[in-house]
Design a protein around this ligand. Sequence first.
Ligand SMILES: [Mg+2]
Length: 360
Amino acid sequence: MGIDRITTAYYRLPLEPSGDAGHGLLDLEELVTVAIHADGLVGHGYAYTIGRGGRAIRALVEHDLQPLLVRQSAEDVEGLWRRMWRGLLYVGRGGLAAFAIAAVDIALWDLRGLREERPLWAVAGGTARSIPAYGSGVDLPKPLDGLLRQVEGFLERGYRAVKVKIGKPDPSEDVARVEAVRRLVGDGVDLMVDANMAWTVDEALARGRGLVPFNPFWLEEPTVPEDVEGHARLARELPMPIAIGESLHAQAEFERYVAARAAGIVQIDPVTNGGITPSLRVLRLADAAGLPTSSHYTDELSAHLLCTSKNPIYLEKHAFALDAYLERPQVVTDGTVRPTDEPGTGMRFDTAALRPYQGE
Ligand SMILES: [Mg+2]
């Protein structure tokens, strides 16, 4: 018994053309789905990319992770995560390997929930609750009127917090956009800004100071993730909290940020962080440091995982919603989301909706 086999699929999902200051123009999301067959059950997981790397992730799962897992017991999820991490150590410790391990780890957590007939939030040790969500755009190329229409749409859907991209080449354009969004939403709505690692530390200091009059709720990814000390300086010298996490691919990276007091808000993404297993450890790390938590994309999984956190302030409702490809899209009620109550992740892809986008 134990793990019998792993099957994968690869999809190329078109995006409405969008973009940010760090990754440029985006018009394609890759989706790699993983199904683990074990003990008569099938656990489902996935990884995504923003246009490149998906085929390599799929190849790592099929050629390198599957042989490490077949005939192993599926029950020791943390042990299997260690086995995968050690197995890819020489080419891993982050990067694409983290995404491949994540896709498998998510499927193993789904299997754990199916086996125990409990939802993910319960098997992960959480308490189900509603978590405030914010509307999040990937909107740097949008002209100002398009940006404002998008933010109006977020408010109409009930969100009481919104995020916009910043990092235009001309700083005054960022100021004008953030000022216009603040004027539109008023003072009662939290407004986050996200630079997607575009700046040097000195640029981030100057740009961050220029946005202070508009009271940003947080400044996300102001500079490159390798520069922990730079983030610590920004955290000390800017009044708004620094939010990081989507570009950290190992638990050790989060540990460095927390130890250096380089982050004010910890954002998990169980795909880019290397799986549910490390994301849960990161949430414990944030709890121990007294830091509030949030999420990046992965809306459906993060609704479960944030229920294990002491202070989950916001879940990101991301512009690249997978709703069109899910059997049961996440429900937003009065700007909040709750985790699903069915066994496992509750997340099932609609293979008929995905089929036109299947790639090799
Ligand atoms: Mg971001």
